[in-house]
Design a protein around this ligand. Structure first.
Ligand SMILES: Nc1ncnc2c1ncn2[C@@H]1O[C@H](COP(=O)(O)OP(=O)(O)O)[C@@H](O)[C@H]1O
Ligand SMILES: [Mg+2]
Length: 447
């Protein structure tokens, strides 16, 4: 792919070069014509002199007569002119002393032609009729030829310089033209659902400024839609909580009734399960809506991750036992990290929940914590079936779940909260190719 700036540069440089070629060619033709015209005027002057000498002296046109009339005059002007007189049928009647060969003879011919003589001299030849005679006068055109050669050489040098210049100017121009567009692209690339507040700087009143204003107006609209959706999700989840707990309460009261038949009891138990699932979903949605709109009020403070994990240990072991899975804690390094321990606990339990669920009975789940200058890296790895490669990037999306009773929001919430902490969370296949490894990284505490 050739970039827009490359195309702009090439286009500009080409136009520049073409214009230069055109101008230089035109110049070449003009100068050549001017110089030739000068030579022709010289030839005409010499013609006048020859005619004048022919009119003097004996009236005959024999070679001897012509010699008598012209020899001295042509010898005098031998540096500039070579003169030959022919009869109409081409027979040479007189030749000036500086002419060893006849001049090229090609009637009917234009009055002036360029020719190269047998001795290599480049000449301009004029042919003039006078009665039965044809007077031919040649004058050296070498100067003109070498002047034109010089012109061409200079032109080629000039063209190369122009080409370099054109490319440089074209490139500079493309950078200037594209700079505002780059700024727009950079800002647009930074804007995502989590920082919809950022706007493209509008610095000018031109077309690019209009584009920036249009994009900003679009972002305003998108931003307000986003806020509405989040607000709606938060409101709806919140409003659903109370009726759900009431439904649960009523179902529990019915269950306490000793007069229930077994099938009625089963139905109510199933109903309770569904209500629990719905409550979990509503709770998760509320968390997610708050996390996305940045209104979670996280209690972020400096903590020692080793203490934090130690405090979770007892609970984790109970959960592992219930899931018939072994847990292994690995800890490296020490230091402090900024996080909200309540929400971090939520995330770790979430990851462990998934890991326990995926583990085979008796399998081991590893919780590895490492602290170094880069911050805190926490990895949870199991020995389960793992996640197919094409699904790895999607398990953090909302509602992606293959677990019975799962909401598919656990990892989504985990990622949102980790990102609110300025950290990252990624999933990959386990170290020895099986199972899943989820790695969470938080930056070190600011000191
Ligand atoms: N440790 C794991 N091993 C295999 N699959 C996993 C693991 N953790 C997550 N997944 C996959 O990612 C999906 C999404 O997980 P999550 O967001 O926690 O939602 P949920 O647990 O409600 O299904 C799970 O349904 C499962 O398919
Ligand atoms: Mg989960």
């Amino acid at each position: 792919m050739t970039s827009f700036s490359t195309r702009l540069t090439v286009f500009y440089a080409l136009s520049f070069i073409l214009a230069s070629v055109g101008m230089l060619t035109l110049g070449y033709r003009q100068i050549d014509q001017k110089l030739m015209h000068g030579l022709d005027r010289l030839l005409l002057t010499e013609r006048g002199r020859v005619f004048a000498h022919l009119a003097l002296g004996p009236p005959g046109n024999t070679p001897a007569d012509l010699g008598a009339k012209l020899r001295r005059s042509t010898d005098n002007s031998a540096v500039l002119f070579r003169v030959e007189i022919k009869s109409r049928d081409g027979a040479s009647l007189f030749r000036s002393s500086n002419l060893s060969q006849p001049l090229p003879w090609s009637p009917p011919s234009p009055q002036f032609t360029d020719d190269t003589l047998s001795d290599g001299a480049r000449v301009r030849i004029g042919r003039f009729d006078r009665g039965d005679l044809v007077i031919m006068v040649a004058t050296p055109a070498d100067n003109v030829a070498s002047a034109m050669r010089g012109y061409v050489e200079t032109s080629i040098g000039l063209l190369l310089a122009m080409a370099a210049f054109g490319i440089a100017i074209g490139y500079a121009l493309s950078q200037v033209v594209l700079k505002p567009l780059r700024e727009i692209a950079d800002t647009a690339a930074r804007i995502s659902a989590s920082n919809l507040e950022e706007r493209i700087p509008v610095q000018r009143g031109d077309e690019v400024g209009d584009l920036a204003r249009l994009l900003n107006a679009m972002l305003d609209r998108i931003g307000s839609s986003f806020r509405q959706i989040r607000q709606f999700t938060a409101d709806a989840s919140h409003e659903l909580k109370t009726p759900l707990s009431l439904v649960r309460l009523h179902a529990e009261m019915i269950l306490a009734d000793p007069g229930l038949t077994t099938s009625q009891e089963n139905a109510v138990v199933a109903q309770l399960e569904e209500v629990d699932r719905l409550s979990a979903l509503v709770g998760d949605l509320l968390v997610l809506a708050r996390a996305d709109s940045n209104s979670m009020n996280l209690a972020i403070a400096s903590h020692d991750p080793a203490d934090f994990l130690e405090r979770m240990r007892a609970d984790v072991e109970v959960l592992a036992e219930a899931a018939k899975v072994k847990v292994r804690f690995i800890r490296e390094g020490d230091g402090l990290v900024s996080f909200d321990p309540r929400w971090m606990r939520h995330i770790v339990l979430n990851l462990l929940n998934n890991a326990f669920r995926a583990s085979p009975v008796g399998g081991t789940v590893t919780i590895a914590s490492r602290l170094d200058a880069a911050g805190w890296q926490l990895a949870v790895e199991d020995e389960g079936a793992g996640v197919p490669h094409e699904l790895l990037s999607r398990i953090f999306d909302r509602f992606v779940s293959d677990a019975p009773g799962g909401t598919g929001l656990g990892l989504t919430i985990s990622r949102s909260i980790v990102e609110l902490h300025g950290g990252t969370i990624v999933a990959m296949p386990g170290r020895d190719g099986r199972g899943l490894r989820v790695e969470l990284a938080l930056p070190p505490a600011a000191t």
